[in-house]
Design a protein around this ligand. Sequence first.
Ligand code: B12
Ligand code: SF4
Length: 544
Amino acid sequence: MSTNDPLNNSSTSSGDISEAISTVSVGCDRILYVRLPCNPIFPIGVVYLSDHIHKVAPHVQQNIFDLGTVPPLDFYAALDRAIDKFQPNLLVFSWRDIQIYAPVGGRGGNPLQNAFEFYYAKNPFKKLRGAVNGLRLFTSYYTELWRNSQLIRRGLSRARRYHPEARAVIGGGAVSVFYEQLGNVLPKGTIISVGEGESLLERLVQGREIESDRCYVVGETKPRPRLIHEEPAPIEKSACDYEYIESIWEDFNYYFRDRDFYIGVQTKRGCPHNCCYCIYTVIEGKQVRINPTDEVIKEIRQLYDRGVRNFWFTDAQFIPAKKFIDDAVELLEKVKASGMTGIHWAAYIRADNLTPYLCQLMVETGMSYFEIGITSGSQELVRKMRMGYNLKSVLQNCRDLKSAGFNELVSVNYSFNVIDETFDTIRQTIAYHRELEAIFGADKVEPAIFFIGLQPHTHLEDYAFKNNILKEGYNPMSMMPWTAKKLLWNPEPLGSFFGEVCLEAWKRDDDDFGRTVMNILEERLGRAPLEEALAAPMKELVNV
Ligand code: B12
Ligand code: SF4
C-alpha cells in the first residue's frame, strides 16, 4: 500500500464525532435510511431492508431519503433537513458503488479510454490528454469518497442533537466489496456491514448483540478473517409491501415518473459458481435461496399497478444452474398467466442454462435485453477461469432463443487477457463471436469489451498474489496510477498489444468501440476454425 494514498490517511480514520457507543443496549426505533449519492438506480436495497424491519418490528418508525434524487449542491443541506424532520436514532447509510472502471461513459467520462491513453499511447499529446482526464477522474473518485464519509459524519452529529445515543450503520454493494478499507475513512463507532443487512438491522432494533453478524465496529472491533465468506442468514423473502414503502418515502414517485427506469425485483439470492474474478458469489453466498414465486408475482403486481413496466431481476444470476431452470419456468409461467401485459424485463442470465421452452417463455414475457457474460470465446480459457460454461450449449441455446422469436439486442461481454490469453485464444474468441453474429444478425450482437477490474476476495486476487502481480496488503480502492494499472487487469505480455488495439478502435470509431475492436483483432490475427474455439484440451487447470 502506498503511503501517498489518500485512502491510507490515518488522520481521517479515527475522527470520532463524539463518544462512540460500543454495545447496543437499547433497541433503535427511529430509522432513517440514507441512500448515498449514486446514479439514479432504484434503491432496492433500502426498500427491502425497511420492508423487512416493518414486518418484524412494526412499532419502529422509518423513513427513506435517497440522495440519488438530490442535486449535488444540495446534498448536505438536504441531509440536514431530512434529519431535522425525522430525528432518527439509527442512521442506515447505503452505499451502492465505488468502482467506476467501465467501458462506457462513467461518472467521470470514459475511464477505460483515459487510463489506456495514459498507459499505452505513443503520441505524447494523447498521453497528456489521458493524464489530464485521468487526473480529473482521480480527483472526482477521491472527492466522492471524501464527500460520502463527510455526509456520514455530518448526518451522525446532526442526529445526535436529538438523540445523543444515535448510531450509524453502513452497508450496500460498495461496502460489501471494500468493507476492510472503509474502516479507515468512517467515524469511530460506525457499524460496517457485509452483504445482506436484514438480520443485522433486526438485531439493532431489538437491542441484541451484533458481534455474530457479518459486521464490525470501526475503532472497536476488527473484521474477522474471511468475514465476507460467511454465509448470510437464511431469510425467506416475502413480497415487498409497496403501500408501506410509499408511506415512508416522500420521493417514492421519482423513479416512476420517468418510464425509462428499470425497477429492481429480486427473485433469488446467491450463486453457486466460482468464476475466478467474481465477488457476487461471496457477497450473496453460494447457497441459492429462491424467493417464493407467488410472492415475487405479488411484488411485481404492486409495481405494475403503479404504472411500472420495466423490471430488472436483480439476482446475481437469474438462472444460476440447470437445477434452477424449473424455478425460472415457474416464475415466468406465472408472469404470463397474471395478465400483466407490456412488460419488459432484464437480468443477468447464464446462457448455458436455457431450454427451448424457457426461451419461449422469456420471449413471451418480455425479456428485452440479453447479456451473454462468457468473458471469452475460447472454451479452454473459460475453463481456466473456472466459469463452468459450456460454450457449445451457449450457441445451441442462442439458436433456440432466436427460433423462439427473440429479436432484441444481445450484448456479449468479453474480458480479454484475464488468464493465459494468447493470439490463438483471441482468434478463437473471434470465431465464436462471428458465430453469434450468424445466429442473431451482426447488427443485433454488440460485443462489450471489458477489462476485468480485479476485486478483493476473488480467486483472481489469489492468482495475482501467487504470481507477484500484487502484494498482500495492497489497497484495492487505490486509484494511484501504479496500483490502478494492476487493478485494471491487463497484464503483460499482451497488455500493450491490447492497449494499442483499443486506442486504434477509439480513433477509428469510438461510437462502435466493441465491434471495431473485434474487427481490428481479426484484421491483425485472423480467425480460428469454430471447432477449435469449442474444444478445450484437457490441460492442467491454471493454479488459481
Ligand atoms: C443488479 C446489479 C446491477 C444492475 C442494476 C439494475 C437495477 N435497475 O437495479 C445494473 C446492470 C444496471 C448494474 C449496473 C452497475 N453496477 Co451493479 N450490481 C448489480 C448486482 C448484481 C445486484 C445489486 C442488487 O440490486 N441486489 C439486490 C438488492 C436487494 O441488494 P442490495 O442493493 O445490495 O442491498 C442489500 C445489501 O447490500 C444490504 N444493504 C444495502 N444497503 C445497506 C445498508 C446497511 C446499513 C446495511 C446493514 C445493509 C445494506 O442489504 C440489502 C438487502 O439484503 C450487484 C452485485 C451483487 N450481487 O450484489 C452489482 C453491484 C452493486 N454493481 C456494481 C457496479 C460497480 C455497477 C456499475 C457502477 C458498473 C459500471 N462500472 O458501470 C453500474 C452502475 C451503473 C450506473 N448507472 O451507475 C458493484 C458495486 C461495488 C463496486 N465495485 O463499486 C456491485 C456490488 C458488483 C461488483 N462486485 O462489483 N448493476
Ligand atoms: S456465474 Fe456470474 S454471478 Fe456466479 S460466480 Fe460466475 S460471474 Fe459471478
